[in-house]
Ligand binder design. Sequence first.
Ligand code: OKP
Ligand code: ZN
Length: 344
Amino acid sequence: MAAAPVFLGHPLSLEHDTGPHPEQPARITAIEGELSDRGWLGYERVESPPVSRDVLRRVHPDSYVASIQAVSARGGGHLDLDTVMSARSFDAALHAAGGAVRLVELLLSGAVPTGFSAHRPPGHHACAERAMGFCLFNNIAVAARHAIDGLGVPRVMILDWDVHHGNGTNDIFYASDDVLFISIHQYPLYPGTGRPNEAGTGAGLGYTVNLPVPPGSGDPTYVSLVRDVVAPLARAYEPGLVLLSAGYDAHAEDPLAECHMSDDGFAALARMMRAVCDELGVPLGAVLEGGYALGALGRGVAVTLEALAGSGPGSGSALSADDVPVAAESRAALERLAEFWPAL
Ligand code: OKP
Ligand code: ZN
C-alpha cells in the first residue's frame, strides 16, 4: 500500500500562550477536532521535531533567534502591538518551523505523497530579523530555503492564499529567482504591503507576484486567480516543489478581514493546485498560516487535506473551476506579468 499523507503537528502549539487573542490555542484544537471527527481523512499524524539551528540560520540570523529566545526566557512579552510571546513560545516556534522543514524532507524523499504542517505560531509575516503579525519565524521560508540549499531543489514556488499579504516571505525572497513567491491577499488590509508593483529586485525581478483583491472578494475571484494566473505561472516556472501558505482568514466567517470565500472555494483552490502539481509531477505540501473563525478554520483545513490527497468531492462538486469567469484581477495581472513571463 502506498504511504499515507502526513499531518504534522506538536503539542507545544497549545503552549504558545497569547492571552485573549484571535491567534489562540483553540485554533489547533478546532482543526484537530474537525479532522478527528473525519477519521483524520487517511492522514498519518506525525510529531514535528524542532528545527535545527543550522537550518533556521538559512533565514534568521543567530542574533535574531537569540533575541526571540530571550523573550521566552524572561517569561514572555509583547514584540509589537499584536505579537505576543509566553515562556513556551520560543520552543513552539522551533517546532512550527521544524514541521514545515520535516514536511519538505518527507515530500522530497518521496516517502509521502503530500502533507500539511499545522502549528502555531504562524510564519508568513516574520522577516529575517523582525517578528510581526503574530509570527516569530517564517516557517515556510525556512522550509523553502532548506529545500533549495540543503536538499538541492532548483526552484520552489510558494502560493500564499492567507488573506493578509505574506510580507515576510515576500521580503526574504525579494531578490531571489529560485523562489517564486505568489500572494493573493485583501488590499487594503494589514500589513499594508503587497501592491502589484512589488515584483522583486535584481535577479529576483518578476519572481515576486502580488495579487491584491478588494474587500468583498470571494470564490470567483480567488478561483480565477489560481486557474488563470497561478497555475500558468507554475507551468512556466517548472518548480521542483510547491508549497502553500495556507491561511483560512479569507473565509466569509473570519473576523479579521472582509473577503467572502466559502469552504467549497478553498477546496477548489486546493484541487487546482493538486491538479497542476500532478501535471508537472512535482510534490505539493501546505503550511498553516492564519484563520480565526474556528469552525471555518477546521473545515478549511479538512477540505484542503482531501484535495491534496486527491480525495473528496471531484469535478461534480458544488464549485467547479470551469464555471467561474475570468476575473478582472486576473486579466490585469496577466497584462502586468507579460513583461516577465512571456509564456503567459
Ligand atoms: C496574521 B496572519 C492592526 C491589526 C493587525 C494583525 C493581523 C495578523 C494576521 N494592528 N492585525 O496573516 O493571519
Ligand atoms: Zn492572515
